[in-house]
Write a new protein. Structure first.
Lengths: 467, 101
């Protein structure tokens, strides 16, 4: 009897990381999760929304890149009754076209176009798979090259594209907006050397847009901001011409170094430019200004875009070519115009911090930590203390694929609260939800719940505490 | 708003041999181009939702009004190629449907 490849592999390697890249065949109705460790802290209740590619394969074959799977939005709910999980695919034009054709059609980050797909605008190929944010009463699935997609926060049903203004339909909107402590939401949309700056209120209503020219056409996945400045990191991974995929249109040119643009929020024409050594990156932390005017931000940096260009192409096919992992680094931009990069030699991805300190001088960053060379994805959660320059981490062990952990406040000091996130337990073949005391990450989770199924590894999300 | 082109060069540089407008009321509308010699032609049209006579685009040049081409040729990060949209017209009357999706 011939087994499908995933099953055959699972029979041989029970803790197989490939479980984190399997397809979800259908939406998952809400089902209870089982408490498998500890107890729910009394002050901990709320909803964790997460988004990530949930479907990679059609009859014709797989997408050619991890980043191109269909967005599957998950809702983990914790209250006095316990925990539950539901998940629903974002209903996109891409998914409908591919469902109809039984084939991967949409061009994407690493997947070339199939024949017969209509691409009148970027939203025709919007995978809506990278992040999910809350804006007022609304839930938005984010991608980066097209519009946010509006979802129902209760049912996760897709309500349609979120067009912020009629004449700005189908404009790009990054998956990593910055939420400032005034309640405003800032994002960018990138097209080569052109960028649109989006300023929204806390409810997601458009307040202002500005068009910005950038000095190079870098691939930009994330940007940062202090209280008074925007920080736009321009890596030497630049668009040159067009290609069948994003990756094929990008050239790695380390000789250019990394250029960092600092723009004054109050007057965007006032900009400063800094040079730091070349690196490749996806994710940045919230930035801040020191008393002496130095701007600092942490970043997860790589020596080259090896992961995006080589490793991530193979993940949906169950192959992991080994390579270096991203490291945590501190970027400093001095008042005298000098920029510096200080790697702190710990593996890092999905950096987060206390949102109440967004744009303000802060001490702590949380990240996915502890990477094995044998397999992709972290196996631990780490907290970096920038004041003492010390890392603390909890190792879930080789049986877990550790995803992004976000911080939720419980107490008035910075980083007093919870770390909330998920892992794929490869041994139990199930997705788990975990809560840590943020300031005691090495103690391990204070509570863990296990779902009845394993969902593939997701990217980013938002925790909404119950009041 | 409908533009008719008689060459790949015209199609590529936006130089039509005929333009016309017809109100989009109900599900169908007809427009006739008369006195054109038999040959190969391609048509592209947009639905002028705001009635300003222009095909509106967003700040990055992406069309934000519905567009359609002859032969059901699909856009692919831009209008379809002449070769995909071109059809033979004439001698005599030729009817060619343009469908907005």
């Amino acid at each position: 009897m011939l087994l499908p490849p995933e099953q055959a592999l699972a029979a041989v390697c029970p803790s197989d990381w490939r479980l984190g890249f399997r397809d979800v065949e259908a939406d998952i109705p809400s089902a209870p999760m089982r408490l498998v460790h500890g107890r729910r802290p009394e002050c901990f209740a709320g909803r964790l929304y997460r988004n990530g590619p949930g479907r990679f394969r059609r009859a014709s074959g797989p997408v050619a890149h991890w980043f191109d799977g269909d967005g599957l939005v998950r809702r983990f709910e914790v209250d006095e009754q316990g925990a539950s999980l539901s998940a629903r695919f974002v209903d996109t034009a891409k998914r409908r076209a591919e469902e109809r054709a039984g084939a991967i059609l949409a061009p994407g980050f690493g997947t070339p176009s199939g024949s017969g797909i209509r691409v009148a605008n970027p939203d025709d190929v919007n995978a809506a798979n990278t992040n999910v944010i809350v804006a007022g009463d609304e839930l938005w699935a984010l991608w980066e090259a097209g519009s946010p997609v509006l979802l129902d926060p209760e049912t996760l049903a897709t309500k349609g594209l979120k067009t912020l203004r009629d004449d700005l339909a189908h404009m790009p909107f990054l998956a990593h907006p910055r939420f400032d402590t005034n309640g405003q939401i800032w994002s960018l949309g990138i097209s080569g050397t052109r960028a649109i700056l989006w300023r929204l209120d806390a409810r997601g209503r458009l307040l202002e847009t500005r068009l910005i020219e950038l000095p190079r056409a870098s691939y930009i996945h994330d940007f940062s901001a202090t209280e008074n400045y925007f920080v736009i990191v321009l890596q030497p991974w630049v668009f040159e011409g067009h290609g069948p995929t994003i990756v094929s249109a990008l050239s790695w040119k380390p000789e250019l170094g990394t250029q960092i643009l600092v723009l004054e929020k109050a007057n965007l024409t006032r900009r400063r430019s800094f040079e730091v050594p070349a690196f490749s990156f996806f994710h940045l932390g919230d930035a801040w200004e020191e008393r002496d005017g130095t701007i600092r931000l942490d970043a997860c940096i790589e020596e080259s875009p090896h992961f995006a260009v080589e490793a991530a192409l193979d993940l949906p096919r169950g192959v992991y070519p080994r390579g270096p992992v991203a490291q945590l680094a501190m970027i400093s931009l001095g008042r005298n115009g000098s920029g510096s990069l200080r790697p702190v030699s710990v593996g890092a991805e999905f950096p987060k911090s206390d949102p109440r300190w967004a744009g303000r001088a802060r001490r702590y960053s949380v990240r996915a930590a502890l990477f094995d060379s044998e397999r992709p994805i972290a196996r631990g959660v780490g907290v970096y203390d920038w004041k003492r320059d010390v890392s603390a981490a909890y190792d879930f062990g080789a049986d877990h694929l550790v995803e992004e952990f976000v911080f939720s406040p419980n107490g008035s000091r910075e980083f007093e609260g919870w770390l909330v996130g998920t892992t794929v337990n490869l041994k139990a073949e199930a997705t788990e939800l975990h809560v840590f005391e943020a300031r005691n990450v090495t103690d391990g989770p204070v509570a863990s719940w296990r779902a009845g199924t394993a969902l593939p590894v997701a990217f980013h999300g938002t925790f909404v505490a119950s009041s | 708003m409908i533009s008719m082109f008689d060459s790949a060069e015209g199609w590529g540089t936006g130089r039509p041999v005929g333009v016309g407008a017809v109100p989009a009321v109900g599900e169908r509308a007809n427009l006739s181009f008369e006195a054109l010699p038999p040959g190969r032609y391609a048509v592209r049209a947009f639905h002028d939702l705001n009635g300003d006579g222009k095909m509106n685009s967003n700040a990055f040049g992406v069309p934000i009004e519905p567009v359609a081409s002859s032969n059901g040729a699909e856009p692919r990060f831009g209008p379809p190629q002449w070769a995909e949209a071109a059809f033979n017209a004439g001698p005599g009357e030729t009817r060619h449907p343009i469908t907005f999706r």
